[in-house]
Design a protein around this ligand. Structure first.
Ligand SMILES: NC(=O)c1ccc[n+]([C@@H]2O[C@H](COP(=O)([O-])OP(=O)(O)OC[C@H]3O[C@@H](n4cnc5c(N)ncnc54)[C@H](OP(=O)(O)O)[C@@H]3O)[C@@H](O)[C@H]2O)c1
Length: 346
């Protein structure tokens, strides 16, 4: 059994200010695009220079509201803008691959909201195009860049948990039921799995890697997207992950990483800046509490991801060392298997 730590290792994160600066262009000015601009303009030196919508009026409105210099009513015009270094794709899932390929073809770096595509093949196609073009490409899995994620990984690498035997995580919310909206519309690749379930699967694969077997139990909405799904992943070591996601109820959005010596419990929303508990049941429930003292809450945490991407590109990288495309592809392979299990993928 390892020694229980008395303090936490310092989080290694990218400095929010003072590093390289990118000129960002946004495709699809919706809810997350709004939070992205707020996070980077409030907490980093990164600048959003242009936004494109399918409607010039909507792009102009978004630009005026968020202090963005240029607005386009056509995605192709934004990716051709020589004053843009990197394109952030914030559309519904069904459009991620198409818009990512559009940006890559124009020679732009690209950060694509999660999931990077609808299937693992989409992710492979984006990887191939970015590699051929020599541009940077990454899926916007911003939780990977949060301080607590780095501290948890250091604890695991230092052996504080022993052998990990179980990852448990949930992410569910009652989503808008508009059959044409992005949550319930199969044409926009709706469903809880691609939208929310990706986070429990991501945290499982961060600590246990790709599963040997994927078991799924689930139901569909009347529109034909996945409504509520329970996933049990099995690993060669005998370890398991028990993960749930749904559009039909709220959940605590907790995660726990359970080892033979100790466990990590994230008892608040685990995808955003959060604290956690390190607990050793075999040592009288010895406990060490990690608090989120960064001052950044909720989606303002996206700032670390944007600063990290700017540093990767300044370092001449074409993929993130923290969240490489191979990892996105592995997660998408699990999601493909889950969707085959619930009947939303042939
Ligand atoms: N990282 C996170 O924490 C987080 C949180 C929420 C969502 N997301 C991800 O962000 C993405 C967008 O989610 P959201 O909640 O921001 O959605 P949203 O509010 O519906 O916004 C999406 C935007 O995409 C555009 N759009 C809609 N249909 C389109 C189509 N068929 N083709 C091209 N553009 C289209 C719309 O802009 P125009 O009509 O003006 O073109 C719309 O404003 C999803 O991938 C989601 O998974 C990430």
């Amino acid at each position: 059994m390892t020694t229980f730590p008395t303090t936490f290792p310092a989080a290694k994160t990218f400095p929010l200010r003072g590093g390289p600066v990118l000129r960002w262009g946004i495709l699809a000015p919706g809810d997350i695009a709004k939070d992205f601009v707020h996070a980077v303009h409030t907490h980093t030196d990164q600048r959003v220079e242009a936004v494109a919508s399918r409607s010039l009026g909507r792009a102009q409105q978004f630009a005026a509201k968020h202090g963005i210099p240029r607005a386009y009513g056509d995605h192709a015009q934004l990716v051709a803008d020589p004053g843009i270094d990197i394109v952030y794709v914030a559309s519904p899932h069904s459009e991620h691959k198409r818009l990512a390929l559009l940006a890559i073809a124009a020679g732009k770096h690209v950060l694509v909201e999660k999931p990077i595509g609808v299937t693992a093949d989409d992710a492979r196609e984006i990887q191939a195009a970015a590699t051929a073009a020599g541009v940077f490409a990454m899926e916007g899995m911003w939780t990977r860049y949060l301080p607590q994620t780095d501290v948890m990984l250091q604890l695991v690498r230092d052996g504080a948990l022993g052998d990990i035997r179980l990852v448990a995580a949930d992410f569910a919310t009652i989503a808008p039921t508009d059959p044409l909206g992005r949550n319930y519309n199969p044409a926009l690749a709706g469903g809880s799995l691609l939208d929310l379930g990706i986070y429990p699967i991501w945290i499982s694969q961060l600590f246990l890697g790709a599963p040997a077997r994927v078991n799924t139990f689930g139901s569909l909405t009347s529109t034909g997207v996945d409504a509520q799904t329970a996933i049990v992943l099995e690993f060669g070591s005998g370890a398991q992950s028990v993960l749930t996601t749904s559009l039909l109820h709220f959940s605590p959005e907790r995660a726990s990483i359970n080892g033979t010596d100790a466990r990590i419990e994230i008892n608040s929303w685990f995808v955003v800046p959060a604290g956690f508990e390190l607990i050793a049941p075999g040592k009288g429930n010895t406990r060490l509490s990690y608090a989120n003292e960064t001052g950044l809450e909720f989606r303002d945490g996206i700032a670390w991801e944007a600063a990290g991407v700017a540093q990767h590109i300044a370092d001449g990288l074409t993929e993130s060392p923290l969240h490489p495309l191979a990892f996105s592809i592995e997660v998408m392979e699990t999601m493909d298997a889950v969707r085959r299990g619930v009947g939303t993928l042939a």
